[in-house]
Structures are given as structure tokens and as C-alpha cells.
Design a protein around this ligand. Structure first.
Ligand code: NAI
Ligand code: MG
Length: 331
């Protein structure tokens, strides 16, 4: 029996978590969940956004499934998500954008994955006020962090029969920082001769993604470009309710939807659980339960064939609980 840390999150978190757990239970997997709080719920209970027992649980179990959390505004709170990344050094943020059947989109065949470096670049938060009229921000790129995210992208490609890895950068202007990232990409690609490798300047990559997303397979890039481009790719496949993600390093992995806690629709039984469910499928793949992950993905696709059975955000008519039941029936 494998134990997984579970965070039900805030807002729509508990509703979509309940949906995902019911579907996982229907697959009769040898998994058990240890529930802990983070975010607003944790803060209200014990005055901390990330209680120590929640951190200890991830340290013990190494794998967590996390629903979205609310970071209270003001009072100098640091984002719960950024803190988790830093505590566990979750250097890879992996965001697959795959077009599901029957979802309205301008495109026909999108199946790409963004590998975003998650620990450095402009996100180290080092901004210096030189004068009231001048601020400098530090962009940090290191060989160690670049190597591990680029290698992670190639390893994933090799393990999952993916054919191409594209490096996104701005090395024509940022010759030293992005230049280092690109130099390391060009070194590592030599170790994977079976995988096609190319690189694109980030502005061109944006245009190409909108014009012809079908040409992309795996994309790897520094933190800032990854943040921006992965939101762009979510727009290509029909929106926030559908985009899963994983954050991992060689020891720990946290799986979560890309969207937030959606307080505007919380408690109404209309939230779309698909993004969290697809994140749980990534977790099953990671744990070696590929058969069950495929079974769940097929059940989602089958349910989407009759769009009325889905939630309103993707054009359906169903509640969260009815959509959940339809997926279970299609398993
Ligand atoms: P949001 O993603 O929660 O919501 C944006 C819009 O998308 C809303 O209209 C919402 O109703 C809709 N939406 C999002 N997920 C949906 C779903 N599964 N089904 C149907 N509709 C959905 O972003 P927002 O409003 O900017 O943030 C709300 C809170 O979430 C904030 O406190 C923010 O800090 C937090 N947040 C947490 C994240 C996480 O824990 N991973 C990520 C992003 C935001
Ligand atoms: Mg972002």
C-alpha cells in the first residue's frame, strides 16, 4: 500500500478533491491518502499557511496530490505554492497541454508539454531600488539548475516515446544568462541522438505556438518564459479547468491543477474536476500505475463525447457530482 499526502485545498478544492478520490477509489488501487491542511484552511485552524505536520507528511510520503489553495492577500503572506517549491526544491514544473475530444478549440491536434525551470531566473526576487527612478532585478541562471531541468526534459522524452525537445530562450539579447542555458541544452542534446532537438527565440516561439502548435512536442525553458508560455498553451486547449501539472525533483513530486481555488464558484457543485483528475493521472503514471491512468483518461474522453454530461465551463450542463458519476460509469 502506497501512502500519498493529500491537500484538499480551499474554495473549490474540497469539491474537486472529493470527485477525484471517488474516481481513484473506483479503480481499486493500492493507495491510501493522508489528509493535511495548507493554505487558508490551515491558517484559520492553526495560524500557519504551511503547518509543520504538512511538510513532515510530504517528507515521509515523497508524493502529494494538492488541490488549489488560497493565499490570503496582504499581511505580507508569501505564496504557498512558491514556498512549497522552495522547501522541497521542486525544480521541474511540468505542464502537459493535450487537446481532449469534443473541446472547442481552433486547433485539431495539440499534445505538447512545457518543462519550466522552477527555482531561479527572475523569480529569486532580488530587486534593488537604486533610486526612486531606477530598479534593478537579478536574473539568475546556473549550470546546475539548467542542467537538471534540461536533462529532465530529455529523460522524459526518452521514457515516454516523445520525439522532439525544443529549447526556448532569448540568447540573442541575454547572451550570457540565456546563452548559458542554450549552451547546456546544446551539450545535453548530444547525449540523446534519437531525439530531435531544436531551439527557438521566445518571441518566435509564441508566434509559432499560436500559428502551428501541432509542431511542438516537449519544450524546455527558464522560469519566466515557462510561466508565460504555459498559460498560453492552456489557452490553446480550452481553458483552465483542463490543465494538469506536476512539480518534481529526483526525490519529491507534487501533483496539482494549474488553476486556483476559484472562490467565485466554490460550494456550488459546478467546478470542473478534470484538471485535478488529470494531475492524479500524472501521479499514477509516476507511481507505475499506467494502466489505471490510461483507464481514467479513456473514461474522461468517453464522457466528453456527450458534452452535456460535463461541467458548464467547457460547454456542458452537469454538476460536479453528476460529471464525476458519469466518469465512474465509463471506467
Ligand atoms: P482561479 O484559477 O481560481 O480562477 C480563474 C477563473 O477560472 C474563475 O472565474 C474561476 O471560476 C474559473 N475556474 C478556475 N478553475 C476552475 C474549474 N476547475 N472549474 C471551473 N471554473 C474554474 O484564479 P484566481 O481567481 O486568480 O485565484 C483565486 C485564488 O486561487 C487566489 O487566492 C490565488 O492565490 C489562488 N491560486 C492558487 C493556485 C494553486 O494553489 N495552485 C494557482 C492559482 C491561483
Ligand atoms: Mg503563472
Amino acid at each position: 500500500m502506497k501512502t500519498i499526502t493529500l491537500f484538499e485545498g480551499d474554495g473549490i478544492g474540497p469539491e474537486i478533491t472529493s470527485s477525484v478520490i471517488q474516481i481513484l477509489e473506483a479503480c481499486k488501487l493500492p493507495l491510501q491518502f493522508e489528509k493535511y491542511d495548507i493554505g487558508q484552511t490551515a491558517y484559520e485552524k492553526c495560524g500557519e499557511l504551511i503547518p509543520n505536520e504538512s511538510i513532515e507528511s510530504i517528507k515521509r510520503n515523497k508524493v502529494a496530490l494538492k488541490a488549489p489553495v488560497t493565499t490570503p492577500i496582504g499581511k505580507g503572506f508569501r505564496s504557498v505554492n512558491v514556498q512549497l517549491r522552495m522547501i522541497f526544491d521542486l525544480y521541474a514544473n511540468v505542464r502537459p497541454a493535450k487537446l481532449l475530444p469534443n473541446i472547442k478549440s481552433r486547433y485539431e491536434n495539440i499534445d505538447l508539454i512545457v518543462f519550466r525551470e522552477n527555482t531561479e531566473d527572475l523569480y529569486i526576487g532580488e530587486e534593488t531600488v537604486i533610486s526612486p527612478d531606477e530598479v534593478h532585478a537579478i536574473k539568475k541562471i546556473t549550470r546546475k539548475s539548467s542542467e537538471r531541468i534540461i536533462r529532465s526534459a530529455f529523460e522524459y522524452a526518452a521514457d515516454h516515446h516523445r520525439n522532439k525537445v525544443t529549447c526556448v530562450h532569448k540568447a540573442n539579447i541575454l547572451k550570457k544568462s540565456d546563452g548559458l542555458f542554450l549552451e547546456i541544452f546544446n551539450q545535453i542534446k548530444e547525449e540523446y541522438p534519437q531525439i530531435e532537438a531544436n531551439d527557438l527565440i521566445v518571441d518566435n516561439a509564441c508566434m509559432q505556438l499560436v500559428m502551428k502548435p501541432e509542431q511542438f512536442d516537449i519544450l524546455v525553458m527558464p522560469n519566466l518564459y515557462g510561466d508565460i508560455l504555459s498559460d498560453l498553451t492552456s489557452g490553446l486547449i480550452g481553458g483552465l479547468g483542463l490543465l494538469p501539472s506536476a512539480q518534481w525533483n529526483d526525490e519529491y513530486a507534487v501533483f496539482e491543477a494549474v488553476h486556483g481555488s476559484a472562490p467565485d464558484i466554490a460550494g456550488k457543485n459546478i467546478a470542473n474536476p478534470t484538471a485535478l483528475l488529470l494531475s492524479a493521472c500524472m501521479m499514477l503514471d509516476y507511481l507505475g500505475f499506467q494502466t489505471e491512468a490510461t483507464q481514467i483518461r479513456n473514461a474522461i474522453n468517453k464522457t466528453l463525447e456527450n458534452i452535456d454530461q460535463c461541467t458548464k465551463d467547457i460547454g456542458g450542463k452537469s454538476s460536479t457530482t453528476d460529471y464525476t458519476q458519469a466518469i465512474i460509469n465509463n471506467l
